[in-house]
Ligand binder design. Structure first.
Ligand SMILES: C[S@@+](CC[C@H](N)C(=O)[O-])C[C@H]1O[C@@H](n2cnc3c(N)ncnc32)[C@H](O)[C@@H]1O
Length: 342
């Protein structure tokens, strides 16, 4: 992997990310999905002088590419090869808080898609892998060859929203062992009665297995809540998702976190004591311009949501005493201590 590898991935909605994060000189940012570091590089440039970026990336090969690209920023860029589900502890261990802005650009990069051996694509033959990190144990091979038929159907339906999930699962089990991406794509294609239209019949099934192997939805839910904890007052959270399952999670959590009461509508009085911790910056989801989708067709499905950290009433009373600690309940001992917001 070298620098030309980073050119394989064009960062999506780059201008919108920089303005959405309100990047400014001296700010402290986290890119939870560094990939080829396209967004990270721009955040570092826009936050000069004095800006810092902590980049998190599960894939060690991508970390290497990002490291080369961000070398010129010296100690302003810190990269960690970790899963963003550990976002809170990663920041706390490094005393990296409060944070001015946090970015998630979900899914996989074009760089990963084009690495034949990774098994993300059915365009080239490879082992059934699809792990972001080689340290993860579960592979697609394990699911396809060892899970029972009902569980395989459930995964394909839940994470791929594939109507033919049962038929595909039945044929996968009948065709065992299924060893490679091309074999798996062939089984799915046959189950769906061949190709129709532009989209390959195995697209949804491959998406489903990738999400399951990497626990993408569970990790996303965990990490968004942690991100809100880490943001300083008026700090921004920007999330770009690429399919409706992700976007639904982002929308639900941000809506919930932007409400003062989350009691069921049937409840006559509020008993939840919930307080809004963010405000939604854009009421409607932001999508790429027509020009961008023409230049970078991969951006077509991107959907961006932005939230801004609010001070809750309890934080506000602490703040008036000069003691505003962001929402790091349970982690106070390890946190940076008292934080000054100005
Ligand atoms: C769409 S790419 C990001 C591209 C990047 N914004 C750029 O401009 O090059 C998503 C990246 O997030 C990484 N990733 C996905 N889920 C992750 C997780 N739970 N923890 C850490 N990295 C993750 C993937 O390995 C991939 O490299």
């Amino acid at each position: 992997m070298n620098n030309s590898a980073s050119q394989l991935h064009i960062p999506v909605m780059l201008d919108e990310v920089i303005s959405g994060l309100k990047v400014e000189a001296g700010g402290r940012y986290v890119d939870c999905t560094v990939g080829a570091a396209g967004h990270s590089e721009e955040i570092l440039k826009a936050s000069e002088p004095g800006g810092q970026l902590l980049g998190i990336e599960a894939d060690p090969q991508a970390v290497e590419v990002a490291r080369n690209r961000l070398e010129k920023f010296g100690s302003s860029a810190l990269l960690v090869n970790e899963n963003f589900s550990n976002l809170e502890s990663i920041c706390i261990e490094r005393n990296y808080l409060p944070v001015s802005g946090i970015l998630f650009d979900l899914g996989i990069s074009s760089m990963q898609l084009s690495q034949a051996g990774r098994g993300f694509s059915f365009q080239s033959d490879a082992d059934l892998d699809m792990r972001f990190s080689p340290e993860q144990e579960l592979t697609v091979y394990e699911i396809v060859n060892n899970y029972d038929e009902a569980e395989i159907a459930r995964i394909i339906y839940k994470y791929g929203e594939e109507p033919a999930s049962r038929r595909i699962a039945r044929n996968i089990v009948k065709s065992r062992p299924v060893k490679t991406t091309v074999e798996l794509a062939g089984v799915v294609e046959k189950s769906k009665g061949g190709r129709r239209g532009r989209i390959h019949p195995a697209t949804r099934t491959f998406q489903a297995f990738r999400i399951a192997v990497n626990k993408e939805l569970e990790n996303l839910e965990t990490a968004i809540r942690q991100a809100i904890n880490l943001l300083g007052y008026t700090g921004r959270l920007v999330i770009i998702s690429y399919h409706s399952l992700e976007d639904r999670i982002v929308k639900r959590i941000l809506q919930e976190e932007s409400r003062d009461c989350i009691c069921p509508s049937s409840s006559p009085v509020c008993t939840c004591n919930h307080r809004a911790r963010v405000k939604l910056v854009n009421k409607k989801v932001i999508t790429p311009s027509v020009q961008e989708t023409r230049l970078n067709p991969r951006s077509r499905s991107a959907r961006m949501r932005i939230a801004e950290r609010l001070m809750t009433p309890s934080e506000s009373s602490l703040n008036s005493a000069g003691l505003f600690l962001v929402g790091l309940t349970g982690c106070l001992a390890g946190a940076a201590g008292f934080i000054n917001f100005n």
